[in-house]
Each structure stands twice: as C-alpha cells, then as structure tokens.
Design a protein around this ligand. Structure first.
Ligand SMILES: [Zn+2]
Length: 567
C-alpha cells in the first residue's frame, strides 16, 4: 500500500498501538528513535533509572542531575508523549530564547525527524518555538524576556535547566497550570548553589535515590562518593588512579570493569545490577508523595570509570573551579565553596552594641567616613567608618570597617536625600553606581565636586585596581573589577574585619548573603569567578561594596594624591 491509503492505515495502526502503550516508558521505547551515540530505538539499556521517571504519576517532579544522567531525554520523551498520547498542550522552557531555539533545532527536530511515527504525528514542526500535532501544541520557550511565558494554557510544564532561569518568570509559568484538572510539572536541572532552583525543589520532594541489590551480599545499596569507590593513586597525575574501582559500601564487593578492544572501560557488572534490581526509594519519610524528587550522580554512568571520578576528585583538591564542577556535574549536588557566601552566623558575629544613631559625627571631628549608594527605584546606602590597625601597603587590607548606618530612599528623592547624608555624616568620599541612567548620579557628583565618584562594574579586570575616567566635568567614573571588589568587601565577614550596628534594616544581612561567589566559563571556556544573586535582592551588598571603593577615594583627598597610590 502506498500514498494516502498507506498513510491512513499507518495512522490507524498507530492509534490502536497507542492504546496498548499505556506506560510512557513503553511509548518511548516504541516511538522514539535515537541518533549517535546510542543509535536505534530509545532504550533504557544504559540509563535504567530513567524508566521510572517516565512513569511517575506525581504532579510535581524534580530531577537533580549530574552530567550524562539521561534526564534531558526524559524531558523530551514526556513532552512528546503528552502531546501524542494525552493530547495535552506542553510548555517546554529553557533559560533563554537562544537556548530554546538551539534546543528546538538540535534536540526536538532530530527527535521528530528520526522517528517515522513522530514525523507523521507532528504535522507542523518547522516553527522553532511551536510544534503542532493536529490541534495540540508543544511550546518551546525561553524564560527571559517580557511575556515570554504569558497566556499559554498548558497542563504539562517542563523546566529544563531551572537554575539558570529567570525565577520570576517561573512563577508566571506555574500560574498557567492553575485550574488544570491534571497538571504535571518537571523541574530538571544541574544544581548550582544550595537553597536555589532545583535544590530548593528537591528539598521539598521525596528525595529518592536509585538503589540496587548488591551481587555480593544481596543487600540494597546505592552508589555514592566516596564510600562506593576504592580510591587508588596519590594525585591526579598518578596512573594508579585507574586501579580505583566501584564497590559495595556494605560488603566491599568489587564491581568488575573491563577494557574492550577500543580501550573503552565497560561497566557491565555494575549496569547489570542496576538494570535487574534498581529501584527508586525515598530517603525522607513523611514527604508529600505527589512531589517526587530524583537525584543521580555520575558514579551510575555506564561510560564513566571509577578512575575518572577519582581523577576529577583529585583535580578539585587543587583547583576551586574543578571542585565546583566535581560537585555539580559529577555528584549532581549544589555547592558553595569555602568563603563564597556570607551566612547568618558571620552576620550576627559582626553585630556590636551600638546603634546607627549613636555614632553621628560632631563638628570638628576628623573621621574617615565613606558612603556607598546602590541605585534603583529604591536606592540603598551604607555609611562606613574606617580604622587602621596595621601598616599594610594596601589601604583596604589595612583598614577595618565599622558600618555606621544603612537605609534606603526613593529615587525621586535623589535631589535631596543623599546630600543630607553627606552633611549629616561628614562623608569624605561617596561612590554611587552609574547605572541605571546616569543623570541622578552625575548631578549628585556635581553637587559635591571632588567628593563623589560614579562606579561602573567591569568584568575581566584583574586585581583590585580601579581605572578612573575624568573628563573634567566633575563626574569622574571609577571602572572597577566587580568580583575582586566584592571579594574585598564581603571578605570582611570571613576575616572578622567588619562591625555592624544592632539596628540595621532587615534586608541588610539578606542582601549580603544573596551574593554568592561561583565559577563560570567565558566564551572561550576559561573559568572565572563571579558573584551571582540568583534572582534575589543584593542592593545593600553592593552599597557596602561602593562604600569600600570610596575608601581609596577618601584617602586620595586627604593626602591630595592619586587614588592608585592606595590600591
Ligand atoms: Zn554487598
């Protein structure tokens, strides 16, 4: 049979078949066709833990993933299954519009093209952001940008790389599900920092681990680092690392690896145990069974040897970026490095027995007081006094900081409020951020010529250095390295070189805590450190940072010399 009649018969056969393929996992095996490296029908052969993910009946599902967990493929399968079998609209969200377009082209298009069945079902698949199967839609969208996720009524929502998304847009997307009788949400992401995105959602879930029967002792065990690996070797260059092996944490049963003709280390013994006996088990009792969470690490991977894991671990001992990546990509866990985030304990340790009204300067006092202002609709300020107890060449290192006051005012009051603060606190130097819109900042500079600087964060400058641009219009601009200055100002909390009044506004501590130091990669793949706020308010943290930058400015005035002398 050929032509229309053939198509019709195929369609009829498929419809009958769909009725017998009730489980999403069975549907995926029958309907998905994969390209390299696992060519052929989709299978659970190398990712046995993914089967149960397909069949989860929970409304809320969280997948905290490590590299090569196969979780993204699950997201794709569930999206296509919902459209094809359940006949329900699906919204598949990625962090940016660019991510969404790339994903549509590189993942969804091949998925539809390679499966003769799906290429028939999806009648209109050319549109990057929308794939139609009859009158049912699969929307593929980026989380950023106004209205990106508005007015799309769906019952299935898949958020892929949740941690990188605009968190306020996620709220909007979740609201789309309200009123849907049967809703399904999938949060999928590589974790970033604790308490954010996927790790936050995972904490609310059943927190399931994939456990299996050990071939040695017959008891249920899981693969976790470092207990499940016999670690060999002394450092990352030691060839003995490759003698490391996976083992049972209960009886030390050694999982056999063997090298095939292509020098590929195969993990058949481990895979067999996972395939035959693997089962997801909650690790937390009493959580809502309608919120399932699934976490898997790279120790489970068929293609990753124990030796490779050990080498990655050794790398992390000497390199902060590698350490972060080990936790995120290998262990699938959120991670914050040492001295990378201020915590409550550090803040309460810094609070002293004085209030912000007690230490106002009186006439004739000569005190080193600076101010930092972070502008926005609301402008946050920090007033700080500086004391020198050591003779370091570096001014900021030598100084300890006493925050005198902090607060905020509305941008409409920018004509008056900061001026009053300058007089009230006898501020020697103030730094205000240049953006958004330069006008307010520029005018403020000109009202106090020689006492106020505008700051512009530059990514990629090295050292604590400042570059000053002064066009003679009494509105000098400090170009400063964001990461390095935040290292200095927030670093005071780690080294106990900051004091806080006992009546600071509530947001102060939170804003400092919300700036987390992480490693990112530039366009050439080189890692660099950066502070991220993960969508949370950080204004007082920046105001404090500007007050810190104002110190060398104040010193240059006091000594009538160039700022660079104090850096
Ligand atoms: Zn055992």
């Amino acid at each position: 049979m050929s032509g229309l009649m053939g198509d019709f018969m195929d369609e009829l056969k498929a419809q009958v078949e769909n009725r017998t393929i009730s489980l999403p996992s069975r549907w995926a095996e029958k309907r998905r066709v994969m390209g390299a490296p696992f060519e052929g029908p989709y299978s659970f052969k190398y990712h046995p833990w993914c089967r149960e993910l397909h069949n989860s009946k929970a409304s809320w599902n969280v997948s905290m993933k490590s590299a090569q967990a196969g979780y993204t493929e699950v997201g794709i399968n569930l999206a296509l299954y919902s459209v094809d079998v359940l006949r329900k609209n699906v919204l598949y969200v990625l962090p940016t519009l660019g991510d969404a377009s790339d994903f549509s082209r590189s993942r969804f298009n091949p998925a539809l093209r390679m499966s003769p069945y799906l290429s028939r079902v999806f009648t209109d698949a050319n549109n990057v952001g929308l794939k139609m199967a009859g009158n049912v839609s699969l929307y593929i969208r980026g989380s950023r940008g106004d209205n990106a996720l508005k007015s799309i009524p769906v019952s299935t929502l898949i958020l892929d790389e949740l941690d990188e998304m605009d968190q306020s847009q996620i709220e909007l997307a979740l609201q789309r599900l309200r009123g849907q009788p049967e809703k399904k949400v999938w949060f999928i992401s590589t974790p970033t920092v604790p308490g954010h995105g996927v790790s936050l959602e995972y904490a609310k879930s059943t927190q399931e681990h994939f456990r299996f029967k050990c071939p040695g002792c017959g008891k249920y065990d899981e693969l976790r680092f470092p207990d499940s690996i016999e670690i060999c070797g002394e450092d990352m260059t030691d060839p003995d690392c490759y003698r490391s092996y996976y083992r049972c944490t209960l009886c030390n049963y050694k999982f056999k690896e063997f090298k095939d003709d292509n020098n590929f280390i195969r993990q058949d013994d481990k895979l067999q145990a996972l395939t035959n006996t693997g089962v997801w088990q909650p690790t937390i009792a009493g959580t809502d069974p309608d919120r399932r969470g699934f976490k898997i690490n790279q120790l489970y991977s068929y293609t990753v040897s124990a030796g490779e894991i050990v080498i990655d671990w050794f790398k992390g001992q000497t390199n902060s970026f590698a350490k972060q990546e080990f936790h995120k990509s290998v262990l699938g866990e959120p991670f914050v490095g040492e001295n990378s985030q201020v915590n409550d304990e550090m803040i309460s340790r810094a609070v002293r027995n004085y209030s912000s009204t007690e230490l106002t300067p009186t006439a004739g006092q000569d005190r080193m007081i600076t101010m930092g202002i972070d502008r926005g609709e609301w402008c946050n300020y920090v007033i700080a006094e500086w004391f020198f107890d050591s003779a370091s060449v570096d001014l900021n290192t030598a100084a300890s900081c006493r925050v005198l006051a902090a607060g905020r005012f509305h941008q409409e009051d920018f004509e008056m409020y900061p001026d009053r603060l300058m007089h009230e606190w006898q501020v020697k130097a103030a730094v205000v951020d240049m953006d958004p819109g330069h006008q307010d900042a520029r005018r403020f500079c000109r009202r106090f010529p020689g006492y106020v600087w505008m700051a512009k964060y530059i990514v990629g400058r090295t050292g604590k250095e400042m570059k000053i641009e002064d066009d003679g219009s009494y509105a000098p601009v400090l170009k400063v390295d964001r990461t390095n200055w935040l290292d200095v100002s927030l670093g005071r909390f780690y080294s106990n070189r900051i004091e806080l009044p006992n009546d600071l506004p509530r947001g102060f501590g939170e804003h400092c805590k919300n700036l987390v130091r992480v490693y990112e990669k530039d366009s050439e793949g080189h890692p660099y450190a950066a502070y991220r706020n993960f969508g949370k308010a950080d204004h007082y943290g920046h105001a404090l940072n500007y007050a810190e930058m104002a110190l060398p400015c104040a010193a240059s005035i006091a000594h009538n010399t160039n700022i660079s002398k104090f850096l």
